[in-house]
Design a protein around this ligand. Structure first.
Ligand code: CUA
Length: 323
C-alpha cells in the first residue's frame, strides 16, 4: 500500500472520529437541554427491596394512590410481566405526586406520555420521583423496556380531572351503603376486570393465547378443571397455577408451550376466585363443564399456605394425566 492510500484511509478515520465526537456532544447537549427546560431529572433511588418482600412492603403491599394532604399524593406502582399495578390512576389537576416504583420480575419502563416521567423499573430497587400534573387530560403510560413477548400490551393510563370532576369521581368511588343494605351481599371483584388487567396480555381477549408461546384458556381451562388425579382435583390445581405459577413444557391440543406462568400471589383470595370463575365461564368453557360451582375465597386461602414452586405445579399437572 502506498502513502497516498494510507493518507486516504487516515482521512476517513479522522472524519468518522469527528462525527462520533460531534454526536456524543450533541446528545449530551440534548440531555442538558431537557434537564434545564423540560423539568427532567434523574430518578432517585429510595431504597431496596426484593420481589419476595413486595407483598409485605409498606409501599407496595397494596400499591396505588394515597392522599397526603390537599393536592398532595403518594403513588406506588409495581411493574410485572405484562402490566402495571395499578394500571389506571385518576388525579385532580394540580396534584403534586410523589411516585415510588419497582418491578416484581424483570426490567420494565414507566413512561408517561407528554410528561417528563420516564423511569426504569428495576427488580430490587425502588425509584422515586415527584411530578405535578398541571394540565387535565389523559396520559398514556407505556413500558418502554422490552420485557418479553407481551411487552407491547404493557400499558396504563393516568387521568387528570378538573377539581369538580375529581370530586364527582371520588363520590362515585365511595361504597354506597344504601344499595348494599337493600341488595344483600356486596358484589365481589370483577373477574373480567382482573383478567383484563393481568392475564390478557398473554392469554388474549379471545382466550386463545399465542401459538407456541402462551397456551389457550378457551376449552383447555375446562379440560383442566375436569381432570382428576389420585389426590388432587383439577379445580384445586387451577388455584395452584395462579398462586405458584407454572414452569415446564406442556402440550395443549397438540401444540407444545414452554413459556412461564408467573405466580399471582399479589391478588387476594376473592380476586383469584373471581378470575377463575371468569375464565371457566368465558369462551364457551361453561358449556364444556358438567358441574361447576363458583370458587370461594376460602378455597384459595387453604391452598395459599402450600409453599409450592412453579416446577412443583408442573409435576402436579402430570399427576393429573395432562401433558
Ligand atoms: Cu414491561 Cu416491556
Amino acid at each position: 500500500m502506498d502513502d497516498r492510500q494510507h493518507e486516504a484511509i487516515a482521512r476517513w478515520e479522522r472524519r468518522w472520529l469527528a462525527l462520533a465526537g460531534f454526536l456524543s456532544i450533541f446528545f449530551i447537549l440534548l440531555i442538558a437541554f431537557s434537564l434545564a427546560t423540560e423539568g427532567a431529572h434523574i430518578a432517585q433511588p429510595s431504597g431496596r427491596t426484593t420481589p419476595a418482600e413486595l407483598a409485605s412492603h409498606p409501599l407496595f403491599a397494596s400499591p396505588g394512590l394515597t392522599a397526603l394532604g390537599p393536592d398532595r399524593y403518594q403513588l406506588s406502582i409495581v411493574g410485572q410481566a405484562f402490566n402495571f399495578t395499578p394500571a389506571e390512576v385518576v388525579l385532580p389537576v394540580g396534584a403534586e405526586v410523589e411516585f415510588f416504583l419497582t418491578s416484581r420480575d424483570v426490567l420494565h419502563g414507566y413512561q408517561v406520555q407528554n410528561t417528563a416521567i420516564n423511569v426504569e423499573l428495576i427488580p430490587g430497587e425502588i425509584a422515586s420521583l415527584r411530578y405535578t400534573f398541571d394540565k387535565a387530560g389523559e396520559y398514556r403510560v407505556t413500558c418502554n423496556e422490552y420485557c418479553g413477548i407481551g411487552h407491547q400490551n404493557m400499558m396504563g393510563r393516568i387521568t387528570v380531572l378538573s377539581a369538580a370532576e375529581f370530586a364527582h369521581y371520588q363520590a362515585s368511588q365511595e361504597p354506597q351503603p344504601q344499595a348494599q343494605a337493600e341488595g344483600g351481599a356486596p358484589s365481589g371483584p370483577s373477574g373480567e376486570a382482573i383478567f383484563g388487567s393481568n392475564c390478557v396480555a398473554c392469554h388474549q381477549v379471545t382466550g386463545e393465547g399465542l401459538p407456541g408461546v402462551f397456551p389457550p384458556l378457551a376449552r383447555h381451562a375446562a379440560e383442566v378443571f375436569a381432570a382428576q388425579g389420585t389426590d388432587l382435583a383439577g379445580r384445586d390445581y387451577l388455584i395452584d397455577v395462579l398462586l405458584y405459577g407454572l414452569q415446564g413444557e406442556i402440550s395443549v391440543e397438540g401444540n407444545s408451550y414452554n413459556g412461564a406462568m408467573p405466580a399471582w400471589q399479589q391478588l387476594d383470595d376473592a380476586q383469584i376466585a373471581a378470575v377463575l370463575d371468569y375464565v371457566l365461564a368465558a369462551w364457551g368453557n361453561d358449556a364444556l363443564l358438567e358441574s361447576f360451582t363458583p370458587y370461594q375465597p376460602e378455597e384459595i386461602a387453604v391452598r395459599r399456605g402450600a409453599g409450592l414452586t412453579a416446577a412443583d405445579v408442573h409435576q402436579q399437572r402430570q399427576a393429573l394425566g395432562l401433558e
